[in-house]
Design a binder for this molecule. Structure first.
Ligand code: PLP
Length: 362
């Protein structure tokens, strides 16, 4: 459970965008793209309406189409797999590492076939995946960094090393624009194509036409989408981005405290090669735990504590019925884990209460 950190500054920035008269995609979106790409060390940022739409564009950029396969974790929000289906392709599920919740080179490799066109590697709940070892398999990798703004990988920001990454600014993430997303990429050509695709396939953007002193007639060279972010959202995003480091510092301090107070549990934690922003703090119940996962969630709810089931597994949902997948680690994590409340203003007393309800639950 996470609560957005929003205040007067965001409200004022949104109001200013409204007063400016430019409420659709415009100069604030362009500024937010530059600021966000700069923060995550990516060459180019292309703002979108969501991470889901950014993933769809990312898959199109690497040429995924009907009949192709894309290797993805089942242990992820269902949007990761759905984006593959939007392209007419088939998601093939790879298992995850028990400690990070992320696919690894080993698990991805076993899922690769002659039809594999790409891999989506998720930074689960902010925990960075080991992107370099997955990239070394030689298949194009898209990093689903929906939850990972500000996490680090091998000494740099997550996203800096990605050929293409997709990000979310949904309120369940550390920084939010209401709804919203971003595609980042090292490639100028890919960024240009993504900009066209998010705007109906138009050869010039509305902002460019507006700025031009001569009449420009646009051209539509391929079928695009309306996946744009608005300037009102971007205005909020620019303020949120300034808060990112402070939000991460607070989440990491609270997560460290949970880890001290819950010594008997496997929890979300930093991998050897990076640091998580703790977008979600999960714990895994050991097999001999005195109370089952769903019963514990019910006990916490009775006490007014809003915990959540652990990360979902797409292959167990009706939408993916009939998918054959041998995913023992995924199934254990999704069934034995829960996500504890962790929000910016959380007090130590609130945290102690969560821990004592868990300790006393029978
Ligand atoms: C790993 C992952 N990918 C994609 C998404 C979809 O993000 P959005 O809601 O911005 O489309 C989420 C959202 O929770 C996510 O966790």
């Amino acid at each position: 459970m996470i609560r957005p950190v929003l205040g007067d500054e965001e409200a004022a920035a949104a109001a200013e965008a409204v007063r400016s008269g430019w409420v659709a995609q415009g100069p604030r979106v362009a500024e937010f793209e530059r600021a966000f790409a700069g923060r995550v060390g990516a060459g180019h940022g292309v703002a979108t309406s969501s991470c889901t739409t950014a993933l769809h564009l990312a898959l199109l950029l690497v040429g995924v189409g009907a009949g192709d396969e894309v290797v993805v974790p089942s242990l992820s929000f269902i949007a990761t797999a759905n984006a593959v289906r939007y392209c007419g392709a088939t998601p093939v599920f790879a298992d995850v590492d028990a400690a990070t919740g992320n696919v690894t080179a080993k698990t991805v490799e076993t899922a690769i076939t002659a039809r594999t066109r790409a891999v989506i590697a998720v930074d689960q709940a902010g925990v960075p995946c080991d992107l370099d070892e997955i990239t070394a398999l030689g298949v194009p990798v898209i990093e689903d960094a929906a939850c990972a703004a500000g996490s680090t990988y091998r000494g740099g920001p997550v996203g800096a090393g990605a050929e293409i990454a997709a990000w979310s600014f949904h309120p369940r993430k550390l920084i939010t624009t209401g709804e919203g997303g971003m595609l980042t990429t090292r490639s100028g050509d890919r960024a240009r194509r993504a900009r066209r695709l998010r705007e109906h396939g138009m050869s010039v953007s509305a902002a460019e036409r507006h700025a031009s002193r001569t009449a420009i007639v646009e051209e539509y060279s391929e079928t695009g989408f309306n996946y744009r972010m608005t300037d009102i959202q971007a205005a909020i995003g620019l303020v949120q981005l300034k808060r990112l480091d402070e939000i991460i510092a607070r989440r990491r301090a609270l997560a460290a405290r949970y880890q001290e107070l819950l010594p008997g549990y496997e929890t979300a934690r930093d991998p050897a090669y990076g640091e998580t922003n703790y977008q979600s703090f999960w714990i895994v119940l050991p097999d001999d735990h005195p109370i089952g996962r769903d019963a514990l969630l019910a006990r916490l709810a009775e006490e007014g504590i809003s915990a959540r089931r652990g990360i979902m597994a797409a292959h167990l949902e009706p939408a993916y019925a009939g998918t054959t997948a041998d995913l023992p680690v995924t199934e254990r994590l999704t069934r034995r884990s829960l996500i504890l409340p962790l929000f910016h203003e959380m007090t130590h007393a609130e945290q102690d209460r969560v821990v004592s309800v868990i300790a006393e639950a029978r």
